[in-house]
Structures are given as C-alpha cells and as structure tokens.
Design a protein around this ligand. Structure first.
Ligand code: PPS
Length: 571
C-alpha cells in the first residue's frame, strides 16, 4: 500500500453562522447538560470531523458493536466508544426524541443533541472488551467506574460553535484546516507523530527516520486534551515542542495541537489514533513500542504487550486507509554517537547502549540530577526543570485518615509544627473539625455529604500543593474511592502521602475523648463511623501508624522519616 492523501474537505457537524446565532437564542428553552472536560474534548472532535464518520454520541446499537467487535452497527471500523455519560436523575428527566443543549463548563452552548437512545451500560463488560481488563489501575477503567455517569445518552449532534481555547490558538487546527494547509503547501504524503510527552533526541531521530522511510512530510501532532494522569502538563510540553521545532527542516515539518481526550487503550487506541489522523489528512502514522500504554495493572504487569498496538493496526490498516510506520525502541549507541532502533544493532556486544526511561528521567528531574545532552535538548531540560523543581522544593499533601479520636489531629498538629520548624514551605492544616466549621459548615454525615466534604478538602489541598505549599489533612475520610479521587487531584501537582492512623475502634471508644462514642452507642448520634457507619481500611497507604503505646512525638516523627525517604524534605 502506498498512498497519497485525498485532501478534500471532510464533513463537519456545524451549522452555518446564521443558523448558529438563531439556535443559540432558541436553545434557552432546552434542557441543558453541562459537559465534563472529557466530553468537551470528544464533542470538539465529533463536530470538526476528527471522529468522522461519527455523527454524534454513539447509539446503543453502535456502542454494542464498538465494544464487542470494534465496529459500528453498519460494519464501519471504529474502536472506541464515544459516549455521553450522565446521571440517572438527568436521564430520567428526558424523553427519547428530545433535543438537549450541550454546554461547556461556563454555560456556553456548543451543540444540541437529539436524544435517540438512553441506556445503562454494562461497564464491567466495556472495561474487559475495550481496555482488556476490569481493573481500576487502568486510568480509563477508573474513569468509567468512578467518574462517568451511570447512564449513556446517544444521538446525532448539531454543532453550534467550537469549544473556546485561550492557549496556543494559532497552533490548533481542525481536520479541514490541516487538509487545507496540506493542499496549500502541496503535501500529499504526511506522516503523523502522536505524542503526550516532551520530545527528546530519541523522538527526533524516530520521526526523522519515519519521514525518510515513508518519503513523507512530518506532522508532529501532540495531544493537548487529556492524557495520562501524572503526565507533564500540556503548557510545558508545547513550550518544549516549540523549542525543538527549530531542529526540524521547516519546509517538510509542521506541528499542530490535537484536543483529544486519550483513554490509554493501547492497541484499540492506536487504531483510533490512526483514524483520527487520517481525518486530519495524514497518510501515515507512527506506532512505536507500547503505544498509548496505561502502565502496570494492579498485579504489577503490563496491560498490553509492547507490540500489540502495532499488530492490531497492521491487521486493519488497509481498511483504515492510513499506513503504519512501525518503530522499535530507539536507543543511543555511544561509540557511534547516534540513536538506532534497538533491534537493528548487530554488534550489541561491542558497543555501549545508553537509554534513560521515563521513570528515570522523572527521578533525575525530581532529584535535580544531571540530564545528559545525548538524551535531550538543553531548552527542553530547562523548561522541564522550571515546571518540575526537585521533590524537596515541590508542594505535597499529607492525608491522615482514621476513626474519630484515633489521634489524627494531634499527630497532624505535631507534624505541622515540626515542618514549620524546618521552614522553606508554607504549611496549612486542614483538620476535620476546622474544615467542618469553615468550609463545610452546612454538611452532615451521610455518604454524600462526607464525600463532598472530602472532595472540598482535596480541592484545597491540591491548590496548596500546586502552589508549592504543604497541606496536612486530617479528616476521617471513610471511603476508599473518595480518598483515591483526592489522591488523583493532588498527584497532578505533587506527592500525596496517605497516613492511616490505625488506632482500633475499641481503643478509640475506650478513649472517647469527646464523649461521642457514648452518644453513638445510645443512638443519639446517627451514622457514626465505626459504630453505625462504614470505614474502608486503607489497603496500601504510604504509612500506617499505631498509636497504642506510642507517643505523639514518635508518630509525627515516623511521618517525617517517611517524607524524608520519599525525598520530600531534605534530611
Ligand atoms: S468525614 O467523614 O471525613 O467527612 O468526617 P470529618 O469531617 O473528619 O468529621 C469528623 C468529626 O466530626 C465529629 N462527628 C462525627 N464523626 C463521625 N461520624 C459521625 N456521625 C459524626 N458526627 C460528628 C467527630 O468528632 C469527628 O472528629 P474527629 O476529629 O475525627 O474526632
């Protein structure tokens, strides 16, 4: 297969400017759904043709086909369920055939959708089929179970306007804008490079080789929508890409940003990425080792084989109409001062092969260690160091959890004082009682209210962490899923150290400092944690402290030692 691009415009779902103005006024009468960040990304690519041939969020029949055999009901290849998940209450308020307004998080109307289908999906089945396992260590499976609404709505979308972006506007292109650009500059063969990481020298070599192999122009097409939790933020990455762009021949290389919400679905994701790039006018697509890999599963193994994505792509590429340029792992050969594909080095025994993994790079950045010139470009390293200061200068959160009266607040107070004595970073204590007085004064102790309380604490802690401070939280936080959600919020910006204050319920009741256990036993306080309400014992906290026969100073000191071993404070 050797192909040239058909660069005719592809169908979009937008109405004309005049109709859009009219629809905006008329939509005031429609029921509204406020889109989540991921749904906004999906909607943008639906509307601009990035997800061509989809005409809206999947119907139940299309969804079943996509989940079970990667095909829409009419047989067209489509590997990823693009679904509009909503709450049960919202779904129950709608009727089939009704038009709803799809709004962004500021309430701006982006589209309308005619609801053709509403159903409760089998999420465990979706996880198994689409992501390979119903294992919440997979970010998309976690999203499916813990963030996505219970009901899916399907139906055709009518586009009113693109989601608004204030950043890097000149670098964002719709499929038709890219197609027009390729037509204008006469590019008929274009190889796309998908990435969610900063570009280092190995990537540059890989993309050069791919362009040479396909005798094609190169489109660097990084994802700036949603990537894997913990990735380098897209602002930093785009500044890095811009710095590296100078290293490429201008006449044959271009860069454009893609507002895609990745799922990290490995093989299926590679096929999806290929279809999206075809829609953007590309003829070739680079698939490397472990394409869109989600990391390890809960047993510590990889979700997918390193070349599964290449195999699935190869199987479908004729039908897809975009050709794969496959790559093995690139490594640096010191004696020849160049990058080579690991599997093509014939004289392995006689040369020194160097490689720095993503994990090793993060470690070096975190610890402020050297990053050699053979690995990356000085401009990229400077940019990364600026946003990722070493760990002992970053913000972090210590999150105590345990029963009422377990000693959380006392240890948290002692820890705060010790950290303040050390200095360097501002420290804030978000104690359970204090938070309930200030942030959450209207809340009670139902599951819903407790979750809300913890999410508020998590939000404040993540802001403190982002801004380089230390947040110490000390609520009961009885639910594991909520603690996990807070961990994710915080880990976007710094370390999350969960400390289980493991005092037994019997001991807490025996101490009964505030006399609450007595009242709980008498039924005078309802839903009391440990007595008449559940507590999920943390399965793998960073630290568990025993408080029986151990004094407070020692408990706080154990936390300090943990922080030190994690590199968060210097010894
Ligand atoms: S939660 O579940 O995390 O939102 O709880 P939290 O905000 O930490 O609040 C716990 C403090 O409120 C007092 N209290 C109760 N605790 C548990 N269950 C019930 N029903 C309840 N009613 C009041 C209790 O004193 C907790 O304080 P701590 O500091 O944990 O002893």
């Amino acid at each position: 297969m050797s192909m040239l691009a058909n660069l005719a415009p592809i169908p979009e779902l937008y109405v004309s400017y005049e109709s859009a103005q009219k629809m905006k006024t008329e939509a005031a009468d429609l029921v509204s759904h406020d889109l989540t960040p991921r749904q906004i990304c999906d909607l943008e690519l639906l509307m601009n043709g990035g997800f061509n041939p989809l005409k809206g969020f999947l119907s139940q029949e299309d969804y079943n086909g996509v989940v079970d055999n990667m095909r829409l009901a009419d047989g067209t290849l489509w590997p990823m369920p693009i679904t509009l998940d909503v709450s049960e209450d919202f779904a129950a308020s709608l009727e089939i055939g009704q038009d709803i307004a799809l709004r962004d998080q500021e309430g701006v109307i982006l589209a309308t959708m005619t609801v053709s289908d509403s159903w409760e999906p089998n999420k465990a089945h979706e996880a198994e089929k689409v992501f390979g396992a119903d294992d919440s260590a997979h970010p998309a499976v976690n999203y499916l179970h813990n963030q996505a609404g219970k009901i899916y709505l399907g139906g055709p979308v009518t586009g009113i306007q693109q989601p608004v972006h204030y950043d890097f506007r000149a670098r964002r292109d719709t499929p038709n804008e890219l197609r027009a650009y390729f037509r204008k500059v006469g590019w008929r063969k274009v190889v796309a490079f998908q990435t969610r990481n900063p570009l280092h020298r190995a990537h540059q070599e890989l993309t050069f080789r791919a362009a040479r192999e396909a005798q094609a122009n190169l489109l660097i097409h990084p994802v700036v929508g949603m990537t894997k939790p913990g990735d380098v933020d897209h602002f930093t990455r785009v500044r890095c890409y811009e710095a590296v762009l100078d290293q490429y021949p201008q006449a044959t290389t271009s860069m454009s940003l893609l507002n895609l919400a990745m799922r990290m679905a490995g093989p299926r994701e590679a096929v999806w990425h290929g279809l999206i790039r075809k829609n953007h006018g590309c003829t070739h697509f680079i698939v490397g080792r472990d394409h869109a890999g989600p990391g390890k599963n809960s047993a510590g193994d990889d979700f997918y084989g390193p070349y599964d994505a290449q195999d699935l792509f190869r199987e479908h590429q004729d039908e897809m109409g975009i050709e794969m340029v496959d790559f093995k792992h690139m490594v640096y050969v010191q004696e020849r001062a160049q990058y080579e594909p690991a599997d093509e080095i014939a004289d392995k025994e006689n040369v020194t092969i160097l490689n720095i993994s993503g994990t090793e790079l993060r470690r070096r950045l975190q610890e402020g260690l050297e990053i050699p010139e053979w690995f990356s470009f000085p401009e990229v390293v400077t940019e990364l160091r600026r946003t990722r200061p070493p760990r002992n200068k970053q913000g972090f959160t210590v999150f105590f959890t345990g029963f009422s009266g377990s000693g959380k607040s006392t240890i948290a107070n002692a820890l705060m004082v010790k950290l303040m004595e050390m200095g360097g970073r501002p420290v804030t204590l978000l104690d359970g009682d204090i938070v309930r007085k200030n942030l959450s004064s209207e809340l009670g102790f139902s599951k819903e209210h407790r979750d809300l309380n913890i999410r508020r604490i998590g939000y404040v802690a993540s802001e403190i962490t982002k801004n380089g401070g230390i947040a110490i939280c000390a609520p009961i936080a009885p639910y594991a899923t909520t603690r996990r959600a807070v961990r994710e919020d915080v880990e976007d910006f710094g370390a999350f150290v969960e400390v289980h204050v493991a005092t037994s319920i019997e001991e807490c009741e025996r101490r009964d400092r505030k006399g609450l256990y007595k009242l709980a036993r008498e039924g005078k306080i309802k839903e009391f944690t440990g007595i008449s309400d559940p507590y999920d014992v943390p399965e793998s906290p960073e630290l568990a402290v025993e408080t029986e026969n151990v004094d407070v100073d020692n408990c706080a000191h154990q936390v300090l030692l943990k922080l030190e071993s994690m590199g968060l404070i210097s010894g």
